[in-house]
Design a protein around this ligand. Sequence first.
Ligand SMILES: NC(=O)c1ccc[n+]([C@@H]2O[C@H](COP(=O)([O-])OP(=O)(O)OC[C@H]3O[C@@H](n4cnc5c(N)ncnc54)[C@H](OP(=O)(O)O)[C@@H]3O)[C@@H](O)[C@H]2O)c1
Length: 337
Amino acid sequence: MRAYQVDSADGIDAIKQVELATPTPGDNEILVKMKACSLNYRDLLIPLGGYVRNDVRPIVPLSDGAGEIVQVGKNVTKFQPGDRVIGNFFQHWESGKIEDKGLNSAMGGSIDGVLSEYFILQEDCTIKIPEHLTYEEASTLPCAATTAWHALEEVGNIQPGDTILLLGTGGVSIFGLQLAKAKGATVIITSSSEEKLKRAAEMGADHTINYKTTPDWEEQVLALTDGKGVDNVLEVGGAGTFEKSVASAKVNGTVSVIGILTGLESPTISLMTIFNLLKIQGVYVGSTSMLQDLCDFMVEKKITPVIDQQFDFANSIDAYNHMASAKHFGKIVISNP
Ligand SMILES: NC(=O)c1ccc[n+]([C@@H]2O[C@H](COP(=O)([O-])OP(=O)(O)OC[C@H]3O[C@@H](n4cnc5c(N)ncnc54)[C@H](OP(=O)(O)O)[C@@H]3O)[C@@H](O)[C@H]2O)c1
């Protein structure tokens, strides 16, 4: 089968297309013919040697894939050939708290991912694709959407009337916008682009802030919330944004620490973390049961992921380069019909 492999820390251009043997499913595994997969920011970092717990090389990249089952192992009872499925980001995290085995099962980082014509999933960490979604749409759910769900629902216990702050218009933030609005929350979203802010407003964002023209955007967030701050920040930035996210959170509020778009330099510890009794919570994607809950909610609210652009399997590196340009709004998909 055709596949891509990361075998060095030399960046996107060193990702190679290779021929690999089509894998055979073990007793509790399923073999999936990949129809679509999607990219996340981490997929740019892994070919640079970053964002991995265990440096596994060579590795098939990408965590997020959707496809059709072509073969099941002898103990598999929940699925059969022909089923449309997606795999959880962690192939050994079903529910509850994550353990070491789960942490070492991140697809495309610790174990082979999905940028190949066929891939293996564990039965217990696989779910059926909601009927209203195409393969392309479903392929966007395992990482970015589950992370946004985890932060909003599991960490933040989002309620109607809450105010949520989202940074930028990448994959996690646009899912955050769709989910938070469907939960009845007020959304403040930032972007470097007026055009993207306009699109976010058309999708229901209540307040938009250009973080380039308003570098002290946390002051604007406070002004928009009568000086109180927001209930939950989906903090995808890192260096330079973390302190501003802390300053944007209300008393008893939450900062969901998700990303490192702006780097990893240590933030200054703010007294407001203590004075406002903030919950600062790391979020690392989610369990299979969170992915299932997310899908059930998307079915109930008829939510469809926002796909920015779609690339053919043969042009996968172009998809990576498009992500690196940060011109996208929402998700970038690779299709393999
Ligand atoms: N912890 C986890 O489980 C988890 C899961 C998923 C992602 N992540 C992390 O979360 C981050 C976002 O991931 P993603 O896949 O959503 O990325 P993405 O789709 O590549 O998002 C890129 C967008 O981020 C925005 N951005 C960049 N610098 C910014 C800044 N200083 N302030 C505000 N926004 C900024 C830009 O939006 P505009 O163009 O609108 O300015 C850019 O287009 C990454 O660091 C990723 O590694 C973590």
